[in-house]
Design a binder for this molecule. Structure first.
Ligand SMILES: [Fe+2]
Length: 386
């Protein structure tokens, strides 16, 4: 009996002893602007991380020592399992190669930190990963929008499997990518592992929060995984001729609804955003852009629920006077295009995308929107002219 036990012990796979630190999810690109980008990934064990950045080029990543960037908080490098490194001082419309590293922290001996193994992305057998910064002077670009995926990875794969750096500058996740966020791991099992496998290592995702992502025990951690350029789920960015205004429409029912367990404060949150929208639409950056695109999960029409009504009351009067070219929404799981002038309270077109279709959008001297099904067949087309 004892011999059998001893033998089985010695036959245990070696990797159980030598596993060390591993990159478990990611990396993926966030918060890309003209001058900055953030790379996010996770590890199985606590680690300190860094990122090496190199200009685009045909030389080896090993040609010279590359610039290093760290995840720091109040002066210290961060130890943890979630790693987010922001690189600033980049040039617009420029491609950069990157490599990520995580060095395991195994414990402490008095004041001394004890380190274990190092995990990194591969630049020897694989090409280094790369991303390109945004550029307001770019004449033309393309982007995709999906929404209401609700953890259906197969749908996400069908709609984004052919995304490449050549055909897509950025991807927008317009809310309800998951139904409830009870554990941070569900961000990856629900949709991000698929996104990383398909494109997110090299093509940025801009996240719009849906009402479902405000729910669940881990909902307050969502922002840690999708940081924006201003610390909020509502933010702006500019690519080529388009200025993007991303709004967080919050929850759909009244804050007092029994489903929210007295925790919801979305009416106040939308008041706060109303003030922010007022300041954004007054800026020269917003007003001088050739196109202004609003991204918001809950539409201001097509439903009479409280969230939609509060949006209509607080945001729409401002946006009606802001020369919006198109608003892209989701939430209802039903495609609808409300053209300018069709709804009495809307002075701009609103496109509500279905949960099983995606938007393939090209912007140049006009905005060309194609709504496509999971086989890639175009169902509806819209052209927005200046
Ligand atoms: Fe929704």
């Amino acid at each position: 009996m004892r011999t059998t036990w001893l033998l089985s012990f010695f036959y245990l796979p070696l990797f159980l002893f030598a596993q060390g630190v591993q990159i478990t999810n990611g990396p993926y690109i966030q918060q890309v602007g003209e001058n900055e980008a953030t790379i996010v990934w996770t590890t199985n064990n606590d680690a300190v991380s860094w990122l090496e950045l190199a200009p685009a080029g045909n030389d080896s990543f090993y040609a010279s020592e590359r610039a290093k960037y760290y995840d720091t908080s109040h002066g210290n490098r961060v130890i943890g399992k979630l790693h987010r490194i922001t690189v600033k001082g980049l040039s617009p419309g420029t491609e950069y190669r990157y490599r990520i590293f995580s060095k395991e922290v195994t414990g402490y001996a008095g004041h001394q930190v004890l380190f274990g193994t190092i995990a990194s992305s591969n630049v020897f057998r694989n090409k280094p990963l790369s991303f390109t910064t945004l550029d307001k002077n770019k004449n033309t670009f393309s982007f995709r929008v999906v929404n209401d995926i609700h953890g259906k990875n197969d749908n996400l794969r069908a709609m984004l499997h052919d995304v490449t750096k050549k055909n897509t500058d950025l991807v927008i996740f317009n809310g309800d990518m998951i139904s409830t966020l009870n554990d941070e791991k569900e961000i990856f099992t629900g949709f991000m592992d698929t996104a990383v496998e398909l494109f997110a290592k090299e093509i940025p995702i801009y996240y719009t929060r849906g009402n479902h992502e405000t729910r669940g025990r881990a909902n307050t951690r969502l922002y840690d995984y999708f940081p924006s350029n201003n610390g909020h789920f509502y933010y702006t960015f500019r690519q080529g001729p388009a200025f993007f205004l991303v709004i967080d429409s919050g929850e759909d029912k009244p804050d007092s609804d029994i489903e929210y367990s007295e925790l919801a404060q979305f009416d106040n949150y939308r008041d706060q955003q109303k003030e922010w929208i007022e300041t954004v639409i007054a800026t020269p950056e917003f007003q001088s852009a050739p196109f202004r695109i609003v991204i918001m999960h809950i539409p201001p029409t097509g439903t009479t629920w409280h969230g939609s009504q509060d949006i209509t009351l607080k945001f729409i009067p401002l946006l009606n006077n802001a020369n919006i070219d198109i608003m892209l929404c989701g939430h209802t799981h039903e495609y609808q295009y409300i053209d300018k002038g069709e709804a009495p309270n809307l002075r701009f077109p609103v496109l509500i995308n279905d949960d099983e279709t995606y938007l393939d959008i090209a912007v140049d001297s006009r905005i060309e929107i194609k709504q496509k099904d999971m086989e890639g067949k175009t169902l509806h087309s819209h052209i927005i002219k200046k």
